[in-house]
Structures are given as C-alpha cells and as structure tokens.
Design a protein around this ligand. Structure first.
Ligand SMILES: [Zn+2]
Length: 477
C-alpha cells in the first residue's frame, strides 16, 4: 500500500479540472485499436456476501448472470470492502478514499463536497453520467449524487419496498436514451434488495412464502434480533433462503441490463463491474446483519469485471480491496486519477500480469442502539493472515484464512510476531488516512430519517443521540 502526505492526499476542484481524457489527446491510449472510449457500467449490490453466489461456491444457483460476467471476464476471489456498512463503503468505492479520509462514517456525516467522485472525473472527461440508487443512504441527502448528469433515487422507498425491477427499468430507460449517442456513458446502478427486510419471491422456491416457525417474511430487524438466541436451524435456514431469493432477484435485474447492452450493440465496448458494499452475517459469529463486525461474512464481497482491458476467464486469488476500484477503472478508461487515492490499480491483475496489490484494510466506527453493539474496529488482510482490532476493548484477533476461512480460531496469542507486523501496517494505514482527512460535513437527521434507520437496525432512538430530540422532521422518500 503506497501512502502519501496529507497535502498531496486532498483532491481539489483544480485537480478535477486537470483530469483530461488521455484518449482525447496525443498521449492516448494504451489500446491503439480502440476506436472509441469504453463505456462503464458499475453495479453495486447492497449487502451481498461473496459466498452466497454460485461462482463463489454457493450450492444454490443464486447468480447466473453475475457468473456469466465472471466467466467472460475476471473474478476476484478475495476482495474486501473498506467497511462493514453502506455509507463508508460506497463512499470509498466512488472516491477511492478510505473511510478515515472521506469521513462519511456515520449517519450524521455527509460525503464531503471536497471529495472527487468517479462521476465527477468521468463527467469532466466528457462522459454522460447517471446514478440510479435504491437507498437514501447513498442519495442526494448524504452527498452521494455528486457529479452525475442524471441521478435517480425514486426507488429509495425503504427496506420493505422491492426495488430491483425499478432500478433495472430506470437504468434501462437512461441507457436507451443515452447509450451510443456520441459520448461514452457511465451508469452507476445500486441494488438494495438483499438488504433486510428479507422478502421471499414467488418466482423462486427456496423459502416458503408464509414464513417458517417464528420467522415471518419482512420481519423487522429488531424483531428478528429479539430471537437471536432462540432460532433453530430450520428458522435460520429459512432466513438465508429468503436472502438467497433476494440475491437471485437482483441477479435477474443485472442479467436484464446485460441483455440490453447486447441489444443496443454496446456490450463489447462497455466495461462492466459488479461488486458490493459489504456482506451480511447470519449468526456466523453470534450476530446478525452487518456494521458491527469485520469478519469475512461481512467484508468479503464479490468483484467481477468484464470488458476492454480485462482478460477473459481469469480468477484472481490474491487478496484485494475494493478501495482499488476507482484507480483501476480510471486506468482501464485511460483517465488520469485525482491525486490522493492510496490504493493501487488492479489493472495488471486484470491483464493476467504478476502484481502484488498490497494489504487490504477495513474499518468501522459507529454506534448502535440500546447499547447493543457499537463498533470501533479496524482490520487488515495480508496474504492469508487477517488481523482485527477492537479499539474499544483492545482485543486483537489473528486468523490464518488458508486454514481457517471461517475465522473461528484466534491465533493472536501464539503468533505475536505476526500480530506486531500487521498492527504496524494497520497503524500506518490509519495514520496516513486520518492525516489526509477531508473537512467533515455534519448533517441533522430528521425524525423520519431516524425512524427509517432504526427500522434497518442501524441506530437507536433517544438513548444514543439525545441531542437530536429537538430536530424537526422532514419528508423522506
Ligand atoms: Zn449497504
């Protein structure tokens, strides 16, 4: 992981203005046979743990469309997100900055205007840009709309709304109106259905529609958590089955978008990327959901790419971070990256070249409701070693992922040298990330917003945020 000084780390408006498409100038491009710059479709599926996809070894066929893209391109076996929940992770995906730098780490922090987003870079390089998102956490309210020519959060209607068909259709509408029209295009599509509430879909038959035992479809997260110590194996299997149906539904939407690209004749010149912001725990380590842990069920995410610059049929086993996504995409599109992104481009790995992407880091700092389990955790993966540090308790955990992929056996007491080395890497990462921190922009949650986040199991009521009692409610989509 290369690091940079705080001063060099900060993207600025001036720097953005200097981002010119290399393919438009004399120093273009690495592929002389390419006649026009590639389009980009970036698909982020919320709450999608890698091991529930067929191509990542799941026993159910949850992901035929994603698997096909993986076969035609490159699949990263061991990609990890920068954090364990939506806001910090998506912010890292679209800025190339760690959570400690961009600062969008809790529900009252905006993505700073100072950050340079992927959409801003591509828009500045002449791309038509669109974002279609399905949750307000990555919407305009939180600053995630920066740089798009078109931005829709019409499908951000809450956790009980099935949004996949709408996200697909709104994306398709924009593609039909914009793809193949002079300029290259960039579409960011954010799918949300695998996130709780888990809702069964009658087109698939992995889970009974009426529920099973004490578990009912669409049960609120907090209600489910009340049964966390009581669930039997059948009830737990029901929940993961419904989760799988949500994944399968989302995959169908992805497949429809891919078919549209083919129909429009733009598939061959479109770089397609699919990843997730984080995974989901189903009692793997005694908890449910995400946010409050950094085990692999929560931070190991899919990453597949297909298109120009990507060698078909590769599977990369090396551990990588999707903090590398933005520098990777900009290299593939022959665009200069903004100054300050600390992670390396993975383009050499996409070409099949030998390359060491360095360690992967992840962090979370957030408080949850009712003292349940706030989290101040950081972690690092180097090769097969993974270290997690709990900053609140000082507890360290070390795992050998080659022998113990489920992270059940803590080796920290018997391998102190490895702990020291990984801690040094982690502290160096955090030190540089925090030194480069962008100016924090706070926001005030409305009453409706607080209610929505409570429904999602993210935050508490008055217990943990007493200052918010006086805030005026406002309308939320
Ligand atoms: Zn999320």
């Amino acid at each position: 992981m290369r690091t940079q000084s705080a001063e060099r780390f900060r993207p600025t408006g001036l720097l953005l203005a200097l981002v010119l498409p290399l393919w438009a100038g004399s120093c273009s491009n690495s592929d002389p046979g390419r006649s026009s710059p590639p389009n980009l479709v970036l698909i982020v599926v919320d709450t999608l743990r890698a091991d529930h996809l067929s191509s990542y070894g799941h026993t159910r066929e949850t992901s035929p469309a994603l698997d096909a893209i993986a076969r035609e391109g490159v699949r990263f076996e061991a990609c990890r997100s920068t954090s364990s929940w939506t806001m910090p992770s998506v912010a890292s995906l679209i800025t190339g900055l760690p959570p400690s730098t961009h600062g969008a780490e809790n529900f009252q922090r905006l993505l700073p205007q100072e950050a340079t987003t992927l959409a801003e870079v591509l828009g500045g390089a002449g791309y038509r840009t669109a974002g279609v998102v399905s949750h307000t956490l990555v919407g305009e309210r939180y600053g995630y709309d920066q740089g798009y020519g078109h931005f829709s959060e019409d499908e951000a209607l809450g956790s009980r709304h099935i949004s996949t068909p709408g996200v697909t259709e709104r994306s398709a509408e924009w593609l039909r109106a914009n793809a193949g029209v002079e300029k290259p295009f960039f579409l960011f599509a954010h799918y949300f259905d695998p996130h709780s509430d888990y809702l069964p879909h009658k087109d698939f038959d992995w889970a009974p529609e009426q529920g099973l035992g004490r578990v009912r479809p669409g049960m609120a997260f907090e209600t489910l958590r009340m049964h966390i110590d009581e669930l039997n194996d059948e009830e737990l299997d029901y929940l993961t089955s419904v989760y799988d149906e949500e994944i399968r539904l989302t995959d169908r939407g992805i497949g429809e978008l891919m078919e549209l690209l083919e129909e429009m004749g733009v598939a061959d010149n479109t770089l397609v990327v699919i990843t997730a912001d984080h995974g989901e725990e189903f009692l793997d380590h005694g908890w449910w959901g995400h946010v409050v842990a950094l085990y692999d069920e929560v931070v190991r995410v899919p990453l597949v790419l297909r298109g120009p610059g990507v060698q078909p049929g590769l599977v990369v086993d090396q551990a990588v971070s999707n903090l590398s996504l933005m520098p990777t995409l900009l290299e593939l599109l022959d665009l200069k990256p903004p100054v300050g992104m600390p992670a390396p481009s993975l383009a050499p790995l996409l070409r099949g070249d030998d390359f060491d992407p360095g360690p992967s880091f992840f962090e979370v700092e957030v408080d949850l409701r009712k003292g349940a389990r706030g989290a101040r955790l950081q972690g690092v993966v180097r090769g097969n070693q993974k270290l997690i540090r709990d900053s609140k308790t000082g507890v360290l955990q070390l795992f050998d992922l080659s022998q113990d992929p489920l992270e059940k056996t803590d080796l920290s007491q018997i391998q102190p040298e490895s702990v020291a080395e990984l801690l040094s890497l982690l502290d160096d990462y955090l030190s540089h990330s925090k030194a480069a921190r962008l100016e924090v922009q706070d926001m005030e949650l409305s009453g409706d917003e607080r209610s929505e986040l409570e429904d999602l199991g993210y935050i508490g009521g008055d217990e943990d945020q007493p200052d918010d009692k006086s805030k005026q409610p406002s309308k939320v989509k």
